[in-house]
Design a binder for this molecule. Structure first.
Ligand code: WTA
Length: 660
């Protein structure tokens, strides 16, 4: 499998790590037998299984119909006749049960001297104030609001205020460009944008609002823009359209109503990259998503009333939606929300945070682990990390070296690692160990969560043999699954349900070993995971060809020690343009502006020609092999086989000259 070649490992770790007794004893799921029994029931009798967990949510009307699979595949409906509210479940529910003074969020600023502890009562008050602002502007159930904010409490407040009235939020990662914000506003026809003057990142002020200001002239559906003052950066405000968050909130009452939502009403849209076209708006609904986010959070991270949970993801991605906003808050947990980066002011930042808040469960990405591993063991060893009980990983395959370091140096060989596989589309974790039950193999995501039935298929749709790589599909329906692509049912059908009819197609490669352990081999489609961030090659190629110098572009993933994958771009120039370092820099800047800094190509190579089939299709498989220096395989079907040799030689020369 191609993915397997990309993530090469120096270490072949064969040890099995048993769940520690200290974790099993207290865990919700204590043994493999208990897991197996529950999993089998969840597949055999979903009604019975899920009805046992209804009380993880508070309902205005408890559902009597647990699921309706008459239209599955592709869409099952969950908790069909139930009525509830996501914001009520994240806030009011806890206050009504006497937990109002419990800290919901320890917010830790980019600058370590800045922090806040926010209780459930305080969070509800802020949510109500902002909710009243939404009502003042006439926003109502079913409307869309775009949110482009950094990791500040106002982001959570804005999301939960929307959810209170059934207003569908569409959060855009603050690291995306203003162009990306514009595209998402247009696609979802959002009526309001909530943003900030800027953001702090590693001590630097980075502007936000000013970058999108002019573009908002091209988004006719936007009626109001509310701006949080975070940095004091000079910010243009259009009279009659733009107002400051603080001014809006200061006289608002701290109480507000909420809507009784239907189970299948949409809760949010989150855009994500795929193989073709522009990012697609993944739609998640209220009850199924909420149930799945809360239950996976509780069981995978073994959350109890006194647990302090720290997920280092950004809320602009699905991991932050499910495991910073909805999962932890619905479970009434205490969590850490961090504005900054792991390297500022020093590479000790995560360890300082864990020590400061006595974090019990830490959930991060392999790229961060590799980055911090490179800085050596002395830094984490300076800190008291003894509060940790469970460690988590997400976003890309974790290589055994990083796994072992995480286990040994951060977890002191005491903490199970839950390597969790899932996607924006799945709403919550699908494949994962359970910390008190599962024996771990480093690098394997082990087994499915409840309700999830995975298969690994060959191209022809037959089941792969043990240890044979193939396509990862899911054959069951689970409550957190996407309900569609925003206003694009054809794309939903084509992307997820057409390749293997009736089975959810993940786009990932996987294999299942002789003991039934699942190993993820990486994406098989044209999606690149740069530091765990999901980027479509097609988007980067479109950005490149929108520059006047570029005639054609092909983008492939390149193995990268820290980032896992990086972006390697081949570019054919238009006549009248010639290769230069300046042009490389200019093209990189251009991609940053069009998509965002995370999509910046690591390397750009000017090519005279690209390998193509006789029908003119660029063979990215061959480019990927050249860039990663593996066998290019069969090239006899190419229209221009000679180009392969030329590109090999060019790659070798470029590499040897850059290493001097
Ligand atoms: C990859 C992130 C290996 C995978 C939650 C998937 C992983 C894509 C893992 C979804 C893991 C996520 N091991 N690969 N534990 N977790 N992935 O939508 O390729 O940003 O398809 O959701 O991340 O990325 P997304």
């Amino acid at each position: 499998m191609e993915g397997e070649k990309i993530i090469t490992s120096l270490l072949s770790e064969k040890r099995i790590f048993e769940p520690p007794k200290s974790v099993s004893e207290r865990a919700w799921i204590k043994s493999m037998d208990q897991y197996k029994e529950m999993w089998e029931e969840s597949i055999r009798n979903p009604e019975k299984f899920w009805s046992r967990f209804l009380d993880i949510l508070e309902w205005f009307k408890k559902p009597t119909k647990i699921w309706d699979d008459s239209k599955f595949p592709p869409t099952a409906q969950w908790f069909v006749d139930g009525k509830l509210n996501a914001s009520y479940n994240a806030l009011d529910k806890h206050i009504n049960s006497g937990k109002g003074d419990k800290v919901a969020i320890y917010w830790e600023g980019d600058n370590p001297t800045e922090s806040r502890a926010i209780t459930y009562t305080q969070l509800l008050e802020e949510v109500c104030k902002f909710g009243n602002v939404l009502l003042k502007y006439g926003l109502k159930r079913g409307d869309r609001v775009a949110i482009w904010l950094p990791m500040i409490p106002e982001l959570v407040i804005a999301m939960l205020a929307c959810a209170r009235f059934g207003i569908v939020h569409s959060v855009v990662f603050a690291g995306f460009s203003a162009e990306a914000v514009k595209d998402r506003i247009l696609d979802s026809s959002a009526r309001m944008l909530i943003t900030s003057d800027g953001t702090f990142r590693a001590g630097k002020k980075i502007p936000l609002k000013v970058k999108v200001h002019d573009l908002l002239e091209e988004t006719p559906t936007i009626e109001h823009v509310i701006v949080v003052k975070r940095t004091g950066i000079d910010t243009p405000m259009k009279v009659g359209r733009d107002t400051w968050w603080y001014d809006e909130l200061k006289d608002q009452p701290t109480e507000c109503s909420y809507e009784e939502m239907n189970a299948e009403d949409p809760l949010f849209i989150l855009y994500t990259s795929g193989t073709t076209g522009k990012p697609k708006g993944i739609v998640h609904t209220t009850a199924g998503y909420l149930m799945y986010a809360a239950l996976t959070h509780k069981f995978v991270f073994d959350i109890h009333d006194d647990t302090v949970f720290f997920c280092s993801a950004d809320i602009g991605w699905i991991t932050g939606h499910s495991y910073i906003v909805y999962g932890p808050l619905v479970n009434g947990a205490t969590e850490v929300m961090f504005e900054g980066v792991p390297s500022y002011p020093s590479f000790e930042r995560y360890w300082e945070i864990i020590e400061k808040y006595k974090v019990n469960v830490f959930y991060t990405a392999p790229t961060a682990i590799r980055l911090l591993m490179k800085e050596g063991d002395a830094l984490p060893k300076k800190h008291d990390l003894s509060s940790l009980r469970i460690l988590g990983s997400v976003g890309e395959p974790i290589n055994p070296e990083a796994w072992i370091w995480y286990h040994k140096v951060i977890g002191n060989e005491r903490c199970p690692i839950v390597d969790t596989w899932w996607q924006t589309e799945t709403g919550g974790i699908l494949l994962t160990p359970l910390p008190g039950a599962t024996s771990l193999k480093p690098g394997s995501v082990t087994f499915p969560f409840f309700g999830v039935k995975p298969e690994v298929l060959r191209d022809d749709g037959t089941l792969a043999a043990p240890n044979e790589g193939g396509h990862l599909v899911i054959t069951s329906a689970w409550p957190g699954m996407l309900r569609g692509v925003w206003q694009n049912p054809q794309r939903f059908q084509k992307t997820y349900w057409a390749k293997f009819p009736g089975k959810y197609y993940s786009g990932d490669g996987a294999k299942i070993d002789e003991d039934g352990y699942i190993w993820i081999l990486g994406r098989l489609d044209d999606v690149i995971k740069v530091s765990g961030h999901r980027i479509g090659t097609m988007e980067v190629e479109s950005a490149l060809v929108s520059h006047p110098a570029v005639a054609e572009a092909a983008v492939v993933p390149m193995a990268h020690k820290i980032k896992g994958q990086a972006i390697y771009a081949y570019v054919i120039l238009n006549k009248n343009f010639s290769p230069s370092q300046e042009l490389i820099n200019e093209l990189k800047q251009h991609v940053r502006k069009e998509i965002g800094p995370i999509a910046t190509p690591e390397a750009i190579e000017f090519a005279p020609d690209l390998p193509k089939t006789r029908s003119g299709k660029i063979m990215r498989r061959i480019l990927k092999a050249i860039v990663n220096e593996v066998d290019v395989g069969n090239i006899t079907t190419l229209a221009n086989p000679k180009v392969v040799k030329a590109l090999w030689n060019a790659h070798k020369t470029a590499k040897s000259s850059s290493s001097h």
